[in-house]
Design a protein around this ligand. Structure first.
Ligand code: PMV
Length: 289
């Protein structure tokens, strides 16, 4: 039996644009998914299509037990965390001997297969290595981790990543003269943010701009807008949706002293607040029995 865990993530900047080769910056967060894999003669069909695909790719069968601190389908990378932890646990339990790099690439393939080709490597990479990462096309880079203080707001409305990615693709196809400049502007905001990680106020302004551009792309949701506005009114330095949008989660960048107030404002909007920060650790082994 092997138990591995992997962290969730938020998109600090650049979701959707990253699907078109533009830069995206993601950060691992403290809540994790724990996956236990055990050898088994006959495999019970897993509830999760991600887990089923992990076993298919690794060519083995076994039983799985998942415990998650992350809400699913909400922009916090729970499917990537499940995929990464499952692949590492299978690799360990069955002594398959793949390297962490191979497993990280395989995790991206699993996500792409389950999501019909629509997945950047962002979620699976940040869940594997932890900390902060920059993804541009096929290039993945680790960034120096920053002690970013966050309050996540879970709108409790699920979203569907492939559907939202499809919606942006459709806008690009039907109105490229509108969609392309918005995607270029998101990329400009992301590049600019790289020079302001030590300036929370400016970083917050850039997050607000990124949020407005995502709204313009059509991936907004009324409850997410409500949470973003409530967090800003309660003193957040900036707030934006994270991930595919159309529901799911937002987050607010906060000073340490404003975190509780911002969390209270989010909860007052019938949402769930998670106070968290960066997790510099990626996938890890939890125990060996
Ligand atoms: O909602 P999530 O956590 O699945 O994030 C999706 C982010 C997108 O940029 C919209 C798609 C992707 O694969 O990067």
């Amino acid at each position: 039996m092997a138990t591995w865990s992997a962290p969730g993530k938020i998109f600090l900047f650049g979701e959707h644009a990253v699907v078109y080769g533009k830069p995206g910056i993601a950060m691992a967060i403290k809540p994790r998914v724990m996956v236990t894999v055990r050898k088994a003669k006959r495999q019970k069909k897993p509830n999760s299509s991600y887990i089923a695909e992990c076993f298919r790719q690794m060519g083995v069968s076994g039983s799985v037990y998942v415990r998650s601190q992350l809400p699913s389908s909400s922009g916090l990378g729970s499917s990537a965390a499940v995929t990464v932890a499952t692949l590492f646990a299978i690799n360990d339990e069955f002594d398959i001997g793949k390297s962490p790099e191979e497993l990280s690439s395989l995790a991206h393939i699993v996500e792409k297969n389950v999501q019909k080709g629509r997945a950047s490597a962002t979620d699976t990479y940040v869940s594997t290595v932890g900390g902060m990462v920059l993804i541009t096309g096929n290039t993945k880079r680790r960034l120096p981790p920053q002690p970013i203080q966050l309050v996540i707001g879970n709108s409790l409305t699920h979203h569907n990543t492939s559907e939202m990615v499809g919606k942006v693709a459709e806008l690009k196809r039907t109105r490229p003269q509108i969609a392309d400049p918005i995607i270029d502007a998101i990329a400009a905001v992301t590049r600019c943010s790289m020079h302001h990680f030590n300036n929370p106020r400016e970083l917050g302004n850039l997050m607000n701009m990124n949020h407005a551009l995502l709204d313009a792309l059509g991936v907004g949701h009324p409850q997410i807008s409500r949470l973003v506005l409530a967090a800003r009114a309660a003193g957040a330095l900036g707030a934006k949706v994270t991930g595919a949008g159309g529901g799911g989660c937002m987050f607010a960048l906060c000073s340490k002293s404003a975190k509780t107030r911002v969390a209270g404002a989010i909860e007052a909007c019938d949402a769930r607040a998670i106070i968290t920060t960066i997790d510099t650790q990626g996938v890890r082994k939890e125990k060996d029995e």
